[in-house]
Design a protein around this ligand. Structure first.
Ligand SMILES: [Cu+2]
Length: 102
């Protein structure tokens, strides 16, 4: 969970966000603002990339559910970034990780 991700500077990274969860929205944001994060992180972190939150899967049953997804591309300059879920409370509860651009 929450692996440290290392990417070479100048690379274009294609991100696909899929939300297989039931009952919770999830999104993907990249920031240079380090943890800890507040209840509403979008109000206090700088934003370098964002895939807005996706709804939960279409049905509770995994056998019949379909999942929402979003795609985007990012290219970041050298530095230490953090990826997090911008849904209120999620990053505060640990839904974030480190993204190193070398
Ligand atoms: Cu989330």
């Amino acid at each position: 969970m929450n692996p440290t991700i290392t990417i070479l500077a100048g690379a274009t990274v294609h991100v696909t966000l899929v939300n297989p969860d039931w009952g919770y929205l999830h999104g993907f944001e990249v920031t240079t603002t380090p943890p800890p994060y507040a209840q509403m992180p979008m109000m206090s972190v700088n934003n370098h990339f964002m895939l807005p939150p996706l709804p939960q899967r279409t049905t509770q049953s995994l056998g019949t559910a379909q999942y929402y997804s979003r795609i985007g591309s990012m290219s970041l300059s050298t530095g230490t970034y953090y990826y997090l879920c911008p849904v209120p409370g999620h990053a505060q509860q640990g839904m974030f990780g480190v993204l190193k651009i070398l």
